[in-house]
Design a protein around this ligand. Structure first.
Ligand code: MLC
Ligand code: AMP
Length: 507
C-alpha cells in the first residue's frame, strides 16, 4: 500500500477524471484529471525551485484553488507543507522561517521584501515566491509551465513515518513549536473519519474554513479528497456565500462561531439546510445552547468532535446514535483515550482528569525540540493539556484546560505571547491576559496591566498590533495597582476572569 497521502488522493482524481472535484464559486472548477495534471505542473515548479523530498515549503497565501494545488504538489514530491495563518505579522513569520528553514516560502507580494531579507540573516537556502505580483510570481511560472507542458508526473514514494507537514502551535511557555505530522498520521485520521462519518464520494463539502489550520486542511480538505467527494471552496466564512452554496452541499464543517453567526441570520432555515446530511463543529467548545437552537431551527443536531494539531481528530459524537450536546463523543475507531488524575492513575467515571490520547494519528514530536516532545508524552500516550470527564458509557466531555490558552473564534491564543509583548513596553511593570466569554468568538481577550504610571492603552494596543496577528490583540484594557497572586506568587487568573467575565456580554 502506498504511504504517500497524495497517492490515495490521486486514485480519486484518476477514477473520476471528468467529474468536477473542486470548485470556487465565481472562480475555477477543476475535474479530477485537471487536478492531477495541474498538481503535476505545480510539482515541476517546486522542483525547479530546488525543492527535494523532505524539504519544507511554507505558505502564507490567500485561500483558493492555487493554494490547494500548492499543498497537493508538496505532498506529491515528498516535501513537507508548512501553512501559515495569513494574519501573522512579519515578526511572527520571521520566527517560522528561521526555525523551519523552508526551501521555498510562498507569500503575498507585499511580504516579499521582508521574506527575502531573511535569506541573508536567517535561512540562506530560502527561495521566496509569490502568488500575486510579478517578480518570481508563482502563478506566472505555473502558467508558463502549463503552456509548455512541463510537469512531474511521478509521485515520490514515502514511508508512513515520513513527514507530510509541520504546523506550528504556540505554547504556554516559550516560542511556538512545529508539530511534525506524517503521511501515516494523516492517512490514519482520514480513514477514521471516513468510517465514523460515513463520508463518501456522494458527499459535497461546504468548505469555508481557512486552509492554514488542521480543521480546514486535514479534516475538511483531506477527508473530501481521499474520498473523491466534490469540494465547494469559499474564500472565507461569509454567511451570504455560505447560504448561497449550502443547498448544493451535504456536509459542512465549522468552528462554533460559524454556527452562531448562521443562527443570527434570518435567511438560515430548514429550507436552506434541507439537502444537508451533516453539520460538524470543532476546534472550540460548542455551547449546549447553540446546539439546541440549531436543532430547533433546522432539525439537525450538530455533530461535535474534538482534536488538536498534534493529534488530528481523537473523539467524535456518533453519526448514528446519541449526539450529546456538551460532549465531544466517544473516541474514534483506532484511537485510545484515558482520563488521568494527579496521582498518575486513571480516574473513575464522572471525575475530572487530564486527557491523554494514543493512536496512529498522533504526531511524532516537535520540530527540533526532543526534550519538549518527551515532556508531553508518557510512552505512547500524548498529554493533550485538556481537562475531561469520561462518562460510564464512553462519552468524553472537555470541561477545561490544563494549559493557559484562550480559544477565540476557533483560533488558539496563548496569553504568554501577548504578555511578553506587553511586558517589553517601557511603562509596563507586569501584565496578565485572560479570556472571558464573548458572544461571537466564544472567548474574547482582556489585558490587565500594572504600570509605572498611568498607561496609554492606545500605545500598548499599537505595540501588540505591530508584533502580533490581529486576532491576538486584546479588546479590553485595564490598569490595576497590582495583580492578584496566591501564596506561591502565581497570578490568580481565575479571579481576573471572574472580575471581567461580563466584559463582552454585559448588555
Ligand atoms: C478575526 N478576528 C478575530 C478572529 N478572526 N478576532 C478574534 N478571534 C478570531 N478568531 C478579528 C481580526 O483581527 C479583525 O480585527 C476582525 O476580526 C475582522 O477580521 P476578519 O478576518 O474579517 O474576521 P472574520 O472573517 O469575521 O473571521 C472570524 C472567523 C475566523 C471566526 C470567521 O476567525 C475563522 O474562520 N476562524 C476559524 C479558525 C480555524 O480554522 N480554527 C481551527 C484551528 S485547528 P482587527 O481589529 O484586527 O481588524 C484546531 C484543531 C481542531 O483548533 O480541533 O480543529
Ligand atoms: P489547536 O492547538 O489549534 O490544534 O487546538 C486544539 C485545542 O482546541 C484542543 O486542545 C482543545 O483545547 C480545543 N478543542 C478542539 N476541539 C474542541 C471541542 N470540540 N471542544 C472543546 N475544545 C476543543
Amino acid at each position: 500500500m502506498p504511504h504517500n497521502l497524495f497517492s490515495l488522493i490521486q486514485l480519486q482524481f484518476l477514477n473520476q477524471s471528468d467529474r468536477i472535484l473542486l470548485s470556487v464559486p465565481g472562480g475555477r472548477s477543476l475535474t479530477g484529471s485537471e487536478l492531477d495534471a495541474e498538481t503535476a505542473c505545480m510539482a515541476a515548479v517546486l522542483i525547479d525551485a530546488g525543492v527535494e523530498p523532505g524539504d519544507r515549503v511554507s505558505a502564507q497565501v490567500e485561500k483558493g484553488w492555487m493554494n490547494v494545488l500548492l499543498y497537493l504538489a508538496v505532498l506529491r514530491i515528498g516535501g513537507v507543507y508548512l501553512p501559515l495563518n495569513s494574519a501573522y505579522t512579519e515578526s511572527e513569520v520571521e520566527y517560522f522561517l528561521t526555525d523551519a528553514e523552508p526551501r521555498v516560502h510562498v507569500c503575498p507580494q507585499v511580504r516579499r521584501e521582508h521574506a527575502e531579507s531573511l535569506v541573508q540573516s536567517a535561512n540562506e537556502q530560502l527561495k521566496v515566491m509569490t502568488l500575486d505580483g510579478d517578480l518570481g510570481f508563482l502563478r506566472d511560472v505555473f502558467d508558463d509551465f502549463k503552456l509548455s507542458g512541463r510537469a512531474v508526473e511521478e509521485v515520490v514514494s514515502r514511508e508512513a513515518a515520513d513527514l507530510a507537514s509541520i504546523i506550528y502551535t504556540s505554547g504556554t511557555t516559550g516560542k511556538p513549536k512545529g508539530a511534525m505530522i506524517s503521511h501515516g498520521n494523516l492517512i490514519a485520521n482520514a480513514e477514521m473519519l471516513t468510517e465514523a462519518w460515513a463520508y463518501s464520494k456522494a458527499d459535497t463539502l461546504l468548505h469555508a474554513l481557512p486552509l492554514f489550520h488542521v480543521h480546514g486542511l486535514f479534516v475538511g480538505l483531506n477527508l473530501a479528497l481521499v474520498n473523491g467527494g466534490p469540494i465547494i471552496l469559499l474564500p472565507k466564512f461569509d454567511p451570504t456565500l455560505v447560504l448561497e452554496v449550502m443547498p448544493d452541499t451535504t456536509v459542512m464543517m465549522g468552528v462554533p462561531t460559524y454556527y452562531t453567526r448562521l443562527l443570527s441570520d434570518d435567511r438560515f432555515n430548514r429550507v436552506t439546510s434541507s439537502q444537508m446530511r451533516l453539520y460538524i463543529s470543532g476546534s472550540a467548545p460548542l455551547l449546549v445552547e447553540t446546539s439546541d437552537s440549531f436543532f430547533e431551527r433546522t432539525g439537525h443536531r450538530i455533530l461535535e468532535r474534538y482534536g488538536m494539531t498534534e493529534t488530528g481528530m481523537s473523539c467524535s459524537n456518533p453519526l448514528v446514535g446519541e449526539r450529546r450536546a456538551g460532549s465531544v463523543g466517544p473516541h474514534l475507531p483506532g484511537v485510545s483515550v484515558r482520563v488521568m488524575g494527579d496521582d498518575g492513575y486513571s480516574v473513575a467515571g464522572g471525575e475530572i482528569g487530564s486527557l491523554e490520547v494514543k493512536g496512529p494519528h498522533v504526531f511524532s514530536g516537535y520540530w527540533k525540540l526532543p526534550e519538549k516532545t518527551a515532556s508531553e508524552f508518557k510512552g505512547e500516550w500524548f498529554i493533550t493539556g485538556d481537562l475531561a470527564i469520561l462518562s460510564e458509557d464512553g462519552y468524553i466531555s472537555i470541561v477545561g484546560r490544563d494549559k493557559d490558552l484562550i480559544i477565540s473564534g476557533g483560533l488558539n491564543i496563548y496569553p504568554k505571547e501577548i504578555e511578553d509583548v506587553l511586558n517589553d513596553q517601557p511603562d509596563v511593570l507586569e501584565s496578565a491576559v485572560v479570556g472571558v466569554s464573548h458572544p461571537d468568538f466564544g472567548e474574547g481577550i482582556v489585558a490587565i496591566l500594572v504600570g509605572k504610571k498611568a498607561l496609554d492603552m492606545v500605545v500598548l494596543e499599537a505595540a501588540c498590533r505591530e508584533k502580533l496577528a490581529g486576532f491576538k490583540v486584546p479588546r479590553r484594557w485595564l490598569q490595576h495597582d497590582a495583580l492578584p497572586r496566591n501564596t506561591m506568587g502565581k497570578v490568580q487568573k481565575n479571579l481576573l476572569r471572574d472580575n471581567y467575565k461580563d466584559s463582552f456580554t454585559a448588555k
